[in-house]
Design a protein around this ligand. Structure first.
Ligand code: AMP
Length: 336
């Protein structure tokens, strides 16, 4: 049973759907009454609207994880408390604070909304202090964060699952390419054993601190060979979609296993994969399917600029073949 505000939500293709606001107490109570366990794949639901459900059903991942991940400031505070490096940052509630922060921390930096920002929404890259007025006119207000721009060589993410008994499985690190703040494609496993070890250590710290149950992702910038944590997602993650074809057990199956208290499945990679998002429009399916080893996923959503409508995954046994097939696929995909 799903709850979504849109009757055409992709979930409705596979299970009954309740239609209503995700924070509507009546609909949530209905959902809880019919469910042994409630989970979510979107983190912008007020924790307070889920609290009453905890009396009638289990919420997994825990509400605390949801609440931390909704607020970039709390997220960074958690990382810092766990000795996970983050970008230098400051909370901003007024233009004067931004002026001070830009002076104290320096430029370039990124001004972001603390809440409800994802896929690059609600962000302004402040190149120098001369553009403060422009930044403020663009997204100024209360509840912002200013963080130092990270001159990263790459962006990577780790996805893993933890069960109620404390079993943890972690997927190989993925390298992610974004455009305009939104994920364009991921390559996995990424060939960085050292970074992978570090990401695993950080992920375990966060999972233990939150007594986490379910699948979680953490995104990092790689700056001079070090990981700087950017954000966490208490849910299955776009940069983990490659695991559907690319691993023994997908992130989706492991999420269900984790929240249901079942043994977790192997996260071993089956080869070398690339996952490419379809954004804003669907590419020519038949031409993509002509690429050997390519799997095509259409979410059945209405096209809208920048909207994630589907993705494809290429699985090959050799890196060189994966890269060639990825180059072929990228020629057929336009992000709009
Ligand atoms: P976010 O919504 O924080 O995941 O940001 C989306 C994308 O914007 C990231 O994946 C980066 O490509 C870019 N970005 C965000 N914050 C920073 C930063 N502090 N330094 C450099 N790039 C950033």
């Amino acid at each position: 049973m799903f709850l979504d505000s849109d009757p055409d939500a992709p979930g409705a293709q596979v299970a009954p759907i309740l239609v209503g606001d995700l924070e509507d107490p009546v609909r949530l109570a209905e959902l809880a009454a019919q469910s042994d366990i409630v989970t979510f794949d979107w983190e912008n639901i007020a924790g307070s609207s889920l609290r009453p459900l905890e009396r009638v059903t289990r919420i997994r991942p825990p509400r605390a994880a949801l609440e931390v991940s909704q607020d970039r400031l709390r997220e960074k505070a958690l990382f810092a408390r766990l000795n996970i490096p983050v970008a230098a940052h400051a909370a901003i509630d007024s233009k004067a604070q931004l002026v001070r922060a830009a002076r104290r921390l320096g430029t370039p930096g990124v001004l972001k909304t603390r809440r409800l920002g994802y896929d690059g929404k609600g962000q302004f890259v402040l190149r120098d202090a001369m553009h403060i007025d422009e930044a403020w006119d663009s997204i100024g207000g209360r509840g912002l964060i200013y963080e130092m721009f990270q001159p990263f060589s790459r962006e990577v993410s780790i996805v893993g699952a933890r069960s109620p008994t404390g079993e943890i499985v972690l997927y190989p690190l993925a390298a992610n390419r974004h455009g305009g703040g939104i994920l364009h494609y991921s390559i996995a496993p990424s060939a960085s054993p050292g970074l992978e070890r570090r990401a695993e250590i950080y992920m375990k710290r966060v999972m233990l601190a939150l007594r986490y149950v379910g699948v979680m992702a953490i995104e990092f910038f790689v700056v001079k060979g070090r990981l700087i944590a950017n954000e966490m997602a208490p849910r299955v993650h776009n940069s983990g979609h490659w695991t559907i074809e690319g691993c023994v057990t997908s992130q989706f199956e492991n999420h269900l296993r984790a929240i249901c208290g079942l043994p977790l499945g192997s996260t071993r990679a089956l080869g070398h994969t690339a996952m490419v998002n379809f954004l804003g429009n669907m590419p020519d399916r038949d031409r993509l399917l002509a690429i050997e080893g390519l799997a095509f996923h259409d979410y059945g959503k209405e096209p809208r600029p920048g909207r994630k409508l589907g993705h494809c995954t290429i699985l090959k046994s050799r890196v060189k073949d994966r890269n060639l097939a990825l180059a072929d696929a990228l020629k057929l995909i336009k992000w709009t």
